[in-house]
Design a protein around this ligand. Structure first.
Ligand code: TNX
Length: 503
């Protein structure tokens, strides 16, 4: 068992040493090779405490990249604080950024000095993500930036931005102004779960500007976080169909942006003009988001319309497909190939219509039960574990009567998140090797604003980091650390579910 840590997620190795390193207006930094970005980040965190951290060749805080420290991998770091010096070193720049977050947590505990310690830290998994659904409820860009900064605080390295869905389209695309003008707004929203007959009569909407999205990408990169965009297809597309009816299976039909929750039967058509539209959108997406991975949705796509649409049936014949259901993997396969041809890696949810028919590079997010990932892994797809029972933050964290509303009919506890077995039990060594990591999902049907989102995210995101970064093998120790960390969350005014007596 690990000794308790002053840093969450707990480092692989942490040894407390006697004494402390004092911080003050005179503390200077020596910026070693490759450390400019990390020093800038650290300065930003120190400035509010009156520690400007000027450069000096004999500064006693030293940050440097040293490729010889290859054992630390792409994201690990070493941090040694003694009474005279602070030394942060990594084999690559990303490791320094994570080390800065460890320093930030020490500062949150005591901004006047750093406790002496010796840390060697590396992540258990390379993919440590959080998905934020800004389609069901639009989240202002300032909150998205704050969310990124809080991901970085916990050494989470991917913000998966769910930008489009049936209920809203949030990203402008040149040549298609109606996507945000029309697709960005709905007349009202359903109250209660899918199937409810009650609506709130409040128009809801919003969209980001391209500049806001580019700035978000840069802000995240400064913190070691990649923003992976998601454009949903071929299902969950009602906002796009409202904006441009000709993209649908019945081009003359006009549909509003969906005001209900659930799964809509109305999905993209499979005519070449719709494929061209998807490629045009993704071309803009690739321009705005440098992320290697681009998510194309793929989940919950009823094939009902393809069984009756003349356009779809003609596609079935021309492609020699066995039946209209086969259009689902056909669609995702073609879009995957387009992304691969542009040097990107497609990602889709695990129902992408059959792991066998997608290019092997396509990365699969396993959102149903973990066993669904096995089929993907057997076909050689990299997998990211996102099973709803362990990672869906739209479910309440407890069944307490005073809990904030969430997705009904289920609870995802802090313990569920922390103890998700990674890789899933029973997978062969080769299958397990395809597991890239895990990610939390914050769907927002029941999450109307940032404050509500933050409450659902914390402290469960701390637990996700405890699993994805630290290996999730010490629940009692983690809880002890989290009780201390709760003060850090409070210091940053992070709305969260209090741990209370039971945790
Ligand atoms: C299923 S998970 C969905 C989402 C919903 C979510 C609610 C997935 C890929 N699709 O559209 O928001 O359940 O928990």
């Amino acid at each position: 068992m690990r000794s308790t840590s002053v840093i969450v997620p707990p480092p692989r190795r942490l040894v407390r040493l006697p004494g402390a390193f004092p911080l003050g207006a005179g503390t200077a930094v020596r910026v070693g090779s490759g450390a400019t970005q990390a020093v800038d980040l650290l300065r930003g965190y120190l400035a509010p405490y009156g520690v400007p951290l000027p450069d000096s060749p004999d500064g006693r805080v030293v940050l440097a990249v040293n490729p010889a420290l290859a054992y630390l991998g792409a994201e690990g770091y070493e941090l040694r604080v003694d009474q005279d010096n602070v030394r942060l070193r990594a084999a690559a720049a990303a490791g320094l950024l994570h080390g800065v977050q460890s320093l930030r947590q020490l500062l949150l505990a005591d901004p006047s000095s750093l406790p002496c310690l010796d840390v060697v830290d590396t992540p258990a998994f390379p993919w440590r993500g959080a998905m934020l659904d800004v389609a069901r409820h639009f989240m202002p860009i300032d909150f998205v930036r704050r969310f990124v900064d809080l991901l970085a605080l916990h050494k989470l390295n991917v913000l998966h931005l769910h930008l489009t869905d049936d209920q809203g389209w949030r990203m402008p695309v040149p040549g298609y102004p109606r996507l945000t003008e029309v697709g960005g707004w709905r007349t009202e929203s359903m109250i209660g779960p899918a199937g409810s007959t009650s609506f709130d009569a409040n128009p809801h909407g919003g969209a980001y500007t391209t500049r806001e999205l580019r700035d978000l990408v840069a802000y995240a990169a400064d913190r070691g976080v990649t923003v992976m965009p998601e454009i949903e297809m071929p299902g969950h597309a009602r906002a796009a169909l409202a904006a441009y009816p000709h993209l649908g299976n019945f081009p003359d039909r006009h549909l509003p942006v969906w005001t209900s929750w659930g799964v809509s039967d109305e999905v993209f058509g499979v005519q070449e003009s719709t494929m061209d539209f998807c490629r045009a959108v993704l071309t803009e997406v690739m321009d705005v988001f440098p992320s290697q991975h681009i998510h194309i949705g793929g989940d919950e796509c009823p094939t009902t319309e393809w069984h009756t649409s003349p356009l779809a049936l003609s596609r079935v014949r021309s492609e020699g497909l066995p039946d209209p259901d086969a259009l689902h993997p056909w669609f995702l396969g073609r879009i995957s190939e387009f992304l691969l041809a542009n040097g990107r890696t497609p990602v889709c949810w695990d129902e992408g219509g059959g792991a066998a028919s997608l290019p092997p590079e396509t990365t699969v997010m396993v959102w149903r039960d973990p066993a669904h990932g096995l089929d993907a892994a057997r076909h050689g797809h990299p997998v990211i574990m996102t099973p709803w029972r362990s990672t869906y933050l739209d479910y309440p964290q407890t069944d307490a009567a005073d809990e904030l509303a969430g997705q009904p009919a289920g609870v995802v506890t802090l313990h569920d998140v922390y103890t998700q077995p990674l890789p899933p039990p029973g997978w062969s060594e080769a299958e397990a090797a395809l597991v890239q990591g895990t990610q939390a999902q914050l769907w927002t049907e029941f999450v109307p604003n940032p404050s509500h989102a933050e409450y659902l995210a914390f402290p469960r995101l701390c637990a996700l980091a405890g699993n994805a970064w630290s290996g999730g093998d010490d629940w009692p120790g983690f809880l002890t650390d989290l009780r201390r960390h709760e003060h850090h969350l409070a210091a940053l005014s992070v709305r969260h579910r209090p741990l209370g007596a039971a945790g």
